[in-house]
Ligand binder design. Structure first.
Ligand SMILES: Nc1ncnc2c1ncn2[C@@H]1O[C@H](COP(=O)(O)OP(=O)(O)OP(=O)(O)O)[C@@H](O)[C@H]1O
Ligand SMILES: [Mg+2]
Length: 232
């Protein structure tokens, strides 16, 4: 697809982004004018108190929600101008998501879970299996390939969740509290994995966390408060 080819424009830019949630008669001002420019392949940490708008920002950048006002541009292309098909392409190929709880299909094996986003993307069976093996060996998880995901530990599930998120080699990985449910050993393993995704695959990562120890893999940290950016 011609869209989202690397250009001199920022990888991601948000312009005066606003999000208002209407809850009955009250308005919740989740984002109040976010201007953010990501020009290099980096890990950007996002922190701030609960309710500051961190998840909202990730969902809007990921094309899962539309802003109330303002825009998100990826390599200069504004998401609001995309057709339904183009937006689906963006969600599937340009961004990958990791959440606090893994988002694996419990009825499938590790191999099948990692293949799933590639099946949606029309990748051939042979190439899918090659990519699964490549990802699992990059992260020393080869031994898990045929395991039903229900038999994995929480840490293993989260690491396989990262493999699923990067299966289609996204430009941007959006991670919302990816270590929130993990013990300290698994926190370190997930941090190492995110660093490797950034360094070896050239993926830009937006990493939301409250944990300073987790954020120390970031090249740059931004803080949100009351839907506003405190520093850039
Ligand atoms: N679907 C929704 N409907 C109404 N209000 C919402 C909705 N989603 C989020 N909000 C509100 O928007 C504000 C920002 O929420 P958001 O989830 O982005 O915060 P957060 O920074 O991710 O917080 P946390 O650290 O607790 O995850 C909060 O006041 C929240 O209650
Ligand atoms: Mg959140």
């Amino acid at each position: 697809m011609q869209l989202f080819q690397e250009t001199n424009a920022p990888i991601i830019e948000t312009v005066n982004l606003h999000k208002i949630y209407r809850l009955g008669k009250t308005d919740v001002f989740a984002l109040q004018g976010i201007d953010l420019k990501i020009t290099e392949t980096k890990i950007i940490g996002i922190t701030g108190p609960s309710g500051a708008g961190k998840s909202t920002l990730l969902y809007i950048i990921g094309g899962l929600e539309a802003p109330t006002a303002g825009s998100v541009l990826c390599y200069g292309t504004s998401l609001e101008n995309l057709s339904f098909k183009e937006l689906a392409y963006y969600r599937r190929n340009i961004v990958g998501f990791i959440f606090q709880f893994h988002n694996l299909d419990p009825t499938l094996t590790v191999n099948e879970n990692i293949q799933l986003p590639m099946i949606f993307n029309g990748i051939s069976r042979e190439k899918r299996l090659k990519r699964v093996k490549e990802l699992l060996s990059e992260f020393n998880l080869q031994h898990l390939i045929n395991r039903p995901v229900t038999t994995l530990s929480a840490g293993e599930q989260q690491r396989i969740g990262i493999c699923v998120a990067v299966a289609n080699n996204p430009t941007l990985l959006l991670a919302d509290e990816p270590t929130g449910e993990l013990d300290s050993k698994n926190v370190e393993l997930v941090k190492e994995m995110l660093k490797a995704v950034n360094e070896d695959f050239g993926t830009t990562i937006l990493l939301v966390s409250h944990d300073k120890n987790v954020l120390d893999i970031s090249h740059h940290i931004i803080t949100l408060k009351d839907g506003k950016l405190l520093n850039t």
